[in-house]
Design a protein around this ligand. Structure first.
Ligand code: ATP
Ligand code: MG
Length: 442
């Protein structure tokens, strides 16, 4: 992408309305624009990151055996009357009337709809387990939308729903999502800790919030320090191996970790003082087993091996991709801007032409731009006629992991400069070596 032909509305001034660094940086870097309270347009740079996040989520959901579909954003009130949630949901639900005065709503979540789809088709235990997910916009009329896309009213959610014949099956489905989540967040460069969460009237231990530690987080959290160094389950984890998966979950729930609602002060006090982490956190995912809460009132049953009908046991599993972007920036930035982890950066490499208009510099940049593109590297080419300082500032602000800096002086000796955004480390290398250096994925 050539910056001269891109749409990157960078802000020079720090927007006053933004209270936290991720919100400030997303506005300054031209990633999002507020259209109304809690409603954001995703500008091209922001959309690129959102798409990268979604791609990782999809890969890990699919790997665990979940199957993608897509449900509408608008739902009918009648569906929600079946579960009893239409009246119970309260003011967070945006209620809408269509031209025939039918009551509709903008979905805040999809338990009812997925249960309706399930009961329309599935009749036998032989078709279970089943886990269906989508990545779709949700609307919740939050009392206090704030911090940009961290707590917005319209936000993206990956929500998965599992169906099993009994509780033991549901536990395995839960464990699959648990492990998929560990891998998903780790691939984004995050340390997400599963913390015990409220199960409400369902009870049991099958509810975890995945929390990123950050001083600007809205939740107060308590956990054992060793979680920060736990190994992430490998790519070849066998999701069908029930006991292996249970082993991973047991390990990741063996030490203390809870949000303030579930906090057990005396258990926490028992930890060695150097292992106590008492901090603030951002909830980026939530997994939850709720048994027959929806299948019972909505009549979602299957024939079991015993020849009897069974209400299915369900769980739901959410991730907030739009909130995740803000959480990643909270965890990864410096005074000059965003520092994207490689896996989700909007571009792989920023190519900075320090003297646009100079024939030799232009030629070297154009050639490198083509060659990197051909090698599958996503290049952000700053070809504008601008001062070098402005180019450095832009590249640092938008946080692209590598910068290739080409100016007439070093080019005369056949060299360019390579800078790693995260560390600021610079090296000089021959222009001819750049493609090999940047495609050596290490
Ligand atoms: P919170 O306690 O932060 O309001 P929640 O418990 O309401 O979250 P869930 O219903 O579990 O959230 O939704 C699943 C995921 O969707 C959350 O883990 C979070 O990542 C994301 N999410 C929820 N509400 C918002 C919001 N208002 N803005 C952005 N993301 C959100
Ligand atoms: Mg909420």
């Amino acid at each position: 992408m050539r910056l001269s032909r891109y749409f990157l509305p960078i802000l020079r001034e720090t927007p006053k309305e933004a209270e936290i660094v991720s919100h400030r940086l997303m506005l300054r870097a031209g990633m999002i624009r507020q259209e109304a309270a809690g409603l954001y347009a995703w500008l091209p740079l922001g959309l690129r990151v959102l798409n990268k996040i979604n791609a990782i989520i999809r890969e890990e959901q699919n790997r665990s055996g979940a199957i993608e579909l897509l449900m509408p954003t608008i739902q009918s009130a009648d569906l929600w009357r079946e579960s009893g949630r239409y009246d119970a949901y309260g003011k967070e639900m945006l209620r809408i009337q269509d031209r025939h005065d039918r009551e509709m709503l903008f979905g805040p979540t999809n338990e009812e709809m997925i249960t309706e789809i399930f009961r329309g088709y599935v009749r036998s235990y032989k078709d279970l387990p089943l886990n269906l997910y989508h990545i779709q916009w949700k609307f919740r009329d939050e009392v206090r939308p704030r911090f940009g896309v961290m707590r917005s009213r319209e936000f993206l959610m990956k929500d998965a729903y599992s169906f099993d014949i009994d509780q033991a099956g549901a536990r395995h489905s839960y464990n699959k999502m648990f492990v998929a989540y560990l891998r998903t967040f780790a691939r984004m460069g995050l340390k997400a800790i599963p913390m015990k969460a409220d199960t409400g009237p369902i009870g049991g231990d099958l509810s975890h919030e995945f929390i990123i530690l950050a001083s600007t987080g809205e939740s107060e959290v308590f956990c054992h320090k060793d979680y920060l160094d736990f190994d992430i389950p490998a790519v070849n984890t066998d999701f069908d191996n029930i006991s292996a998966l249970q082993g991973i979950v047991d390990k990741w729930t063996s030490l203390y970790a809870a949000t303030s609602e579930m906090h057990d002060a005396s258990a926490f006090e028992g930890l060695p003082s150097e292992k106590k982490v008492s901090a603030r956190g951002i909830e980026v995912g939530h997994i939850f087993y709720f048994g027959t809460k929806y299948s019972k009132p909505m009549g979602a049953k299957v024939m079991g091996p015993d020849g009897q009908e069974h209400e299915v046991h369900m769980g739901s599993y959410g991730i907030g991709p739009s909130r995740l972007i803000a959480a990643i920036i909270e965890a990864s930035h410096d005074e000059n801007g965003i520092v994207w982890p490689d896996a989700i950066a909007p571009f792989d490499v920023a190519l900075l032409n320090l003297k646009a208009g100079d024939a030799a510099t232009d030629e070297a940049c154009e050639k490198l731009y083509r060659e990197l593109g051909a090698a599958g590297v996503d290049v952000f080419y700053d070809d504008r006629d601008e001062r070098p300082g402005a180019k450095f500032a832009t590249a640092d602000l938008i946080g692209i992991p590598w910068q290739v800096i080409i100016g007439p002086k070093s080019l005369a000796e056949g060299n360019v400069e390579l800078k790693r955004r995260a560390t600021g480390e610079k090296e000089v290398l021959p222009l001819a070596d750049v493609v090999a250096r940047l495609t050596r994925k290490a």
